[in-house]
Write a protein of this length. Structure first.
Length: 398
């Protein structure tokens, strides 16, 4: 991308290709390989009927009920009388207006964690690494509802699930925001392209593209978002983690033999030098960095928690699992590197079990035959039982 911004060529509208879509993902005639080469983080892509006959994962009542839960992140944006207002959930009965009232939007994050249909839709985008996938948000809007023209710092796929939404997009000439609003609304927005999305249509937007989605009648849009940690976010988390669990000895400053001072408020030079040496001399090893990166990328969001399964002895667990197979909980985040497997912010040594745990991570399930083979490895059997008891994976009928 040049300093002046990306190419202003019209975003390609990819016609549907049912055979290619079934084999390679929801990208129409473009295909996954070409999309990742030519569009990903480069320019928008509009795919008509990426998901033909798509059914909305939840109906409006079910989505409103989800927004009432403490473990779900939700927001309500309204522009009644031209005045923007933002409220955070959970919402009680009556907080969410009727769809007959214009100019409001309910945004519910992480719907894939709570609904199997939403989770299945999110899984269609696993041609991008899981460590980059964030969640599926659903936006329910009344006529003329929206959140204003804005810019996201991450990639997003916008899938129209129900009704119609008009999208206006463009590379922003200015990122100045309207002052005094509870939302980050661009002060000056000049769209270059405009589309009306019907159910099953999908629009991909790279980071930095300004966009404004306005409902044309009541509608529902699924947004597949991606994790893109900034350097500040990563280093803040890493340094906090390192401070909580220092590796090796933890020397403390000492100044035996110090002479009396006449300027007590002046920073002592020997203290400044020692602290500076510690700061400049501290170097985390590659093993420590790899460990933290894996835990950081699989850490669940604060609203996520797991229900522990009833205790089960190893023999009974193995017998049942070998009959029905295993599958990861929708909320489980898992990744691997070399002999380490990272699950929900924790690290596990997978030596002796690596192949099966990698297969589980990539497929998110093991059929009964492969489960039986995995359980024949003692280390793998012990980890699978531990994760089952933690609620991270479940016995599942295939």
């Amino acid at each position: 991308m040049s300093a002046a911004g990306p190419s202003m060529r019209h975003p390609v509208e990819a016609p549907a290709n049912p055979a290619k879509r079934r084999a390679r993902g929801p990208l129409g005639s473009v295909g996954v390989a070409r999309f990742m080469r030519d569009y990903w983080q480069r320019r928008p892509l509009l795919v008509r009927q990426a998901f033909p006959a798509l059914q909305a994962p939840l109906d409006p009542d079910a989505l409103v009920a989800l927004a009432a839960r403490d473990d779900v992140e939700s927001r309500l944006v309204s522009a009644f009388g031209g005045r923007w207002r933002l409220r955070h959930g959970p919402f009680e009965a009556g907080d969410v207006p009727s769809l007959r009232r214009r100019r409001w939007t309910l945004l519910v994050q992480g719907v894939d964690l709570h609904d199997e249909r939403a989770h299945a839709l999110l899984e269609r985008f696993r041609f991008v690494p899981d460590a980059r996938l964030d969640d599926l948000m659903i936006s329910l809007a009344s006529d003329a509802g929206g959140v204003g023209p804005h810019v996201d710092s991450y990639d997003v796929f916008l899938v129209q699930a129900w009704g119609q939404r008009r999208w206006r997009i463009g590379w922003p000439a200015s990122r100045e925001l309207v002052a005094g609003l509870p939302l980050k609304v661009l002060a000056r927005f000049e769209p270059q392209h405009e589309f009306v999305l019907e159910p099953g249509d999908m629009l991909y937007l790279p980071p930095g593209w300004a966009h404004d989605g306005i409902a044309e009648g009541p509608c529902m849009t699924c947004s597949i978002g991606f994790r893109a940690p900034s350097r500040h976010e990563f280093l803040s988390a890493f340094l906090a983690d390192a401070a909580e669990s220092p590796a090796g000895p933890d020397p403390r400053f000492g100044d035996a033999g110090r002479r009396p001072v006449s300027r007590p408020a002046q920073v002592p030079e020997d203290l400044r030098r020692q602290l500076a040496r510690w700061a400049h001399g501290w170097r985390p090893g590659s093993a420590r960095l790899d460990d933290f990166i894996g835990r950081f990328l699989t850490e669940p969001k604060p609203q996520v928690w797991f229900e522990r399964a009833p205790a089960m002895n190893a023999t009974r667990f193995a017998a049942r699992a070998a009959r029905v197979g295993l599958e990861l909980d929708r909320r489980t985040r898992i990744a691997y590197r070399r002999q380490q497997v990272f699950v929900n912010g924790e690290r596990f040594d997978a030596t002796g079990a690596n192949a099966w745990l990698r297969a589980l991570a990539d497929r998110r399930r093991l059929d009964p035959a492969n489960t039986a083979r995995a359980l024949a490895e003692p280390r793998c059997a012990a980890l699978l039982l531990e994760w089952h008891e933690a609620g991270w994976l479940h016995l599942s009928e295939f």
